[in-house]
Ligand binder design. Sequence first.
Ligand SMILES: [Zn+2]
Length: 335
Amino acid sequence: MAVADDRAASPDAELPAPDDRRASRDAGLPAPDDRTASRNAGLPGAGEAAQVSAFWRRLGLPGLIDVHTHFMPDNVLAKVWAFFDGRPGGSWPIAYRLPEEQRLALLREFGVRRFGALAYPHKPGMAAWLNSWAAGFAARAPHALHSATLYPEPAAVGYVATAIERGARLFKAHIQVGGYDPRDAWLDPVWGMLAEAQVPAVVHCGSGPHPGGLTGPGPIGEVLARHPRLVIIVAHLGAPEYTEFLNLAGRYPGVHLDTTMAFTDFLEYLAPFPPALRPRLAALADRILLGTDFPNIPYPYLRQLEALAGLGLGDDWLRGVCYHNAAALLGLDRG
Ligand SMILES: [Zn+2]
């Protein structure tokens, strides 16, 4: 399709002039008709990699670590994209609808040194297959963190143990899409195993964008009470229950939060982050990790970084969030 074709050509294109960039940002979310304008303005695509690199270079970082991106088998990703396409009003245009190879090349160009490549099941009998796909993906994409997933089912204990043995460094649990209770008895030994191995799990447990009966801080809070050493990374900073998930992080040292979509105009519209909570982001500085939801975002990657910088929490805070916190948590400093 047109968007993909244009973007394929973009790495060779020229850098956008600063004025173009501003124009495209002011345009906000590209409506279908706006796409041409935003593409011509060079975002996302042409010149974006240089702008992303300039962001981390200015901070003196070796690059970025993005704990929350999605890579999954093509047919599964196609279904995810179809879901976003079907949202009323077409309000979620996927900015990076590209073949896998080009998505990987873009992350390399952005200077993303490591990334969580998250897949998740929406039904039973799927997680083991996703995990074997993910192991193969991590083998062919060396910058990807070997990631795995889980679902409440009898086989979970076995395939989670296998994934840990094979070197999975990050798990993903999507409570809303999976439609399950994190307190499910089948998961209890699984959480125990993850806590024992100190392997972190990115958990989408907040009630955004659509509340599920089992989302929110309550159910996962009970899991943490049973497994207080569990290391979780609350996706999307817990949106919209920011306060409650920050409280949970205050209570359990293993609770981290990723920034995925948080503070961008897009999420601020749906679930604004209360400015009064900013000091708590500073207080939890070493437990907030860059996440983006690449490639399934309706705006350019750069916007996430600009949104973080816009909080005004300072360069040290940004350095921790964009690189050092994840490097420490995932043992990447040790290679
Ligand atoms: Zn995500």
